[in-house]
Design a protein around this ligand. Structure first.
Ligand code: CTP
Ligand code: CA
Length: 226
């Protein structure tokens, strides 16, 4: 077990980390979700705490426990996540590791939807969720100095992630290939490419905690002493 560096390079810094999936209700007993475990987000928050940062950890219903030492904010939906992130500002850096649902159910039912005698099936109308990363990246005031997004892609990883960085207006994108054959989604390892204004840097495949540690060190380097 590594000790927390209370005098670490991120001492005096506030970092927001989003993590996990979001759940978008269909009715009180059903929801739309995705396969994110929250493992990479948890590992990043833990690595930041170890370097001395104050971490606000905003997480959807993840399957791994949150790390010790964070300010924990539990949310369910994308809309709640956005509100909680904005309320946690200002921050020196914000890392958007959550797998936010792109859509929510429009007019979710307040009562359990029942089967009908005729066998008619319900139709779900979807509406787009707010893009939390883009909203924070494009803030006119109170934008964190360093805004980092993730891009989970199944093809043309660097090309897609580079376009995503420009579209969102964030500083860095941590891109990864989540094709089923990589085993990364839901696994313990990650293979990422860090994309910044200067281009793409391929990192070796490593455990999610090694990737997190390297990212936290890179963040400390970029922010400099508080
Ligand atoms: N993100 C977010 N809010 C959303 C959707 C995504 O904050 N509503 C963040 C994610 O946490 C991630 C980054 O944006 O850091 C990229 O997410 P991704 O799903 O790859 O991008 P999208 O813009 O949703 O594009 P698509 O899913 O169509 O590839
Ligand atoms: Ca998406």
């Amino acid at each position: 077990v590594e000790a927390t560096l209370t005098d670490g390079p991120l001492k005096g810094r506030h970092v927001i980390v989003t993590s996990g999936p979001t759940h978008e209700p269909i009715d009180p007993v059903r929801y739309i979700a995705n396969r994110s475990s929250g493992a990479q987000g948890s590992a990043i928050a833990e690595a930041l705490v170890r370097l001395g940062a104050r971490v606000t950890f905003v997480t959807g219903p993840a399957s791994v426990p949150p790390p010790a030492g964070v300010e924990l904010r539990l949310v369910e939906t994308a809309t709640q996540m956005k509100d909680v992130v904005e309320a946690a500002l200002p921050a020196d850096a914000a890392i958007f590791a959550a797998a936010v649902a792109d859509w929510r159910v429009e007019g979710a039912s307040n009562a359990k939807i029942k089967k009908t005698a005729t066998g008619d099936v319900p139709t779900l109308a979807l509406t787009e969720n707010p893009d939390i990363l883009a909203t924070v990246s494009q803030r006119a005031e109170g934008r964190p100095k360093l805004v980092i997004g993730f891009a989970a892609e199944t093809n043309d990883v660097v090309e897609n992630a580079t376009a995503k960085r420009a579209r969102k207006g964030c500083d860095w994108i941590v891109a990864n290939d989540v094709s089923p054959e990589t085993g990364i989604m839901g696994g313990t390892e990650n293979a990422v490419t860090l994309i910044d204004a200067d281009g793409a840097e391929v990192w070796p495949r490593a455990s999610k905690s090694e990737v997190a540690k390297r990212l936290a060190e890179r963040i400390a380097e970029a922010l400099g002493p508080a």
